[in-house]
Design a protein around this ligand. Structure first.
Ligand code: CMP
Length: 149
């Protein structure tokens, strides 16, 4: 499996609860590489675009309200089998059902306020990443010791 990229958000509850360092650290320790990162506040149009597949769901309005309520951190991670690996580290969507040891299992007991978002496919990544980053903000570089991971 060659190197992949995925988009991760630390959502308003993760940032407000000062869990950003803990969450980023989990991805780093797994051996994934941060190739883009920023703190931003999503506007309504960006949030509606990000979650457009959920437009018809009953929770859509509340989800957009939540994700735009205060700053989030967006990042692009890179690594082997990255999309699946990151979703495994995040755990099940519903924090009350997520396994202990996962980010949601350890820090969330909510289905909406579930700390992180991670792309579920390469197609989703491509849709999502353009909302947060220009191509020139996603860096290609070597980390010392990368061959050991
Ligand atoms: P995320 O992985 O960002 O993808 C869609 C988001 O919608 C999900 O995390 C939750 O924050 C939210 N969500 C999913 N299902 C529900 C639900 N049944 N009720 C409220 N929010 C939900």
């Amino acid at each position: 499996m060659e190197s992949e990229r995925t988009l991760v958000l630390i959502k308003p509850d993760g940032v407000n609860r000062r869990l950003s360092g803990e969450i980023i650290s989990r991805f780093e320790r797994k051996g994934l590489k941060i190739v883009a990162l920023k703190l931003l506040k999503l506007d309504r149009a960006q949030a509606e675009k990000h979650y457009s597949v959920h437009r018809d769901k009953p929770f859509f309005g509340e989800l957009v309200q939540y994700i735009t309520s205060s700053p989030i951190i967006a990042m692009v991670l890179e690594g082997r089998n990255c999309i699946t690996t990151v979703r495994t580290l995040c755990g099940a969507t519903d924090g009350s059902k997520a396994a202990p040891g996962t980010i949601r299992g350890d820090f969330s007991n909510s289905i909406q306020n579930n700390i992180v978002h991670a792309s579920d496919s390469d197609e989703s990544y491509r849709h999502e990443v353009s909302i947060y980053f220009n191509e020139n903000e996603i860096l290609t570089y070597q980390i010392a010791g990368e061959n050991l991971i």
